[in-house]
Design a protein around this ligand. Sequence first.
Ligand SMILES: Cc1ncc(COP(=O)(O)O)c(C=O)c1O
Length: 436
Amino acid sequence: MDTRDAKALLLDDVRTYHRQTQADQRFVPGETEIWPSGAVLDEDDRVALVEAALDLRIAAGRSARKFESAFARTLKRRKAHLTNSGSSANLLALSALTSHLLEDRRLRPGDEVITVAAGFPTTVNPILQNGLVPVFVDVELGTYNTTADRVAQAIGPRTKAIIIAHALGNPFDVAEMAQLAEEHDLFLIEDNCDAVGSTYDGRLTGTFGDLATVSFYPAHHLTMGEGGCVLTSNLALARIVESMRDWGRDCWCEPGENDKCLKRFTYQMGDLPAGYDHKYIFSHVGYNLKATDLQAALGLTQLAKLEEFGAARRRNWRRLRDGLDDVPHLLLPEATPRSDPSWFGFVLTIDPDAPFRRAELVDFLEGRKIGTRRLFAGNLTRHPAYIGQPQRVVGELTNSDLITEHTFWIGVYPALTDEMLDYVIASIREFVKTHS
Ligand SMILES: Cc1ncc(COP(=O)(O)O)c(C=O)c1O
């Protein structure tokens, strides 16, 4: 048997094994876990991973390149750079704005970056990690996004950029935000980690800003286990992102390639001797934030299901929204006007005057194996990590505080069935009825 046949046989066995693992997935109310999120992995995903492993494609290679170009095409950006996480993607996107190649527009220590107080920490952390100052604004209840108006009020003489996430898949008013950024010569980074496939004004989120980031952690719309991506249509920024991702090197050959520019030994840069090998010339103080080919191989099979996953997320969200519409004491989520979210989760805020507390409802649901999550950090400025850090807060963070006390979310991810969602709806109804 030649190696190709041996591999085909092995992969056939993988398919058989996969089917065996899927047997008996009956839903038992109160016993089966209803996760708030999770990876949805099929036979093709398992085969892709095993095949990459069989080929020993352990570093970034052909699947990584293929994924980057397919993902850039899908998300309608010219360039995509894979990273090892969404947090790394945010770090890279913001760090890129400090590059000397941006000359007068580069961000310098002490410059300000506007962001929201209620969200995920690693949207904000790269601001501090680069010696910049986060400027926190509040968000709205219902959409859980801030608005261009709130951001406009926060712009000061040292403000240079905006980085904001589309909250739980719900787009912020990103067209207005992009216009605001342009009027004030600010960079805009869309943290699109929770919103791949969402649209605003019929246009994909992630296509409005200078840079966009994505996460491929299992909770997200597509997964690679761990992984992320930085997208841009600005080729100068793409080159900086690539350099910073790949140790800060100036050369753009793939690790296994040599001399694509045909000038490898002709450069003179910095104080180096003329002809120093371009592969080892470093023009940025960079990182190594690359992903592996195993991750990318999984990303490719996942990418084929993006539309199907988005449709399921929208359908599941709608079922919960309709099923809970008339329940008192709960503020139900709303899509931002002019948007079509590919939802990450279904957010609920309990009326502060309700006859029950969030903890009681969450305990009740968790007791029935219905998983809940917080709107990430709630008000980040109240966390130990951020107290005493350089920052500016514009206006009151009233809603961020309310979210910290009264908000949580439940799942809409594609593996949830109508039966599960109906059980979630019935459970919430039952709780509210018996506690009102
Ligand atoms: C809005 C947002 N940004 C960034 C991240 C970080 O992504 P990762 O977990 O891949 O580092 C997350 C993670 O859930 C997120 O929700």
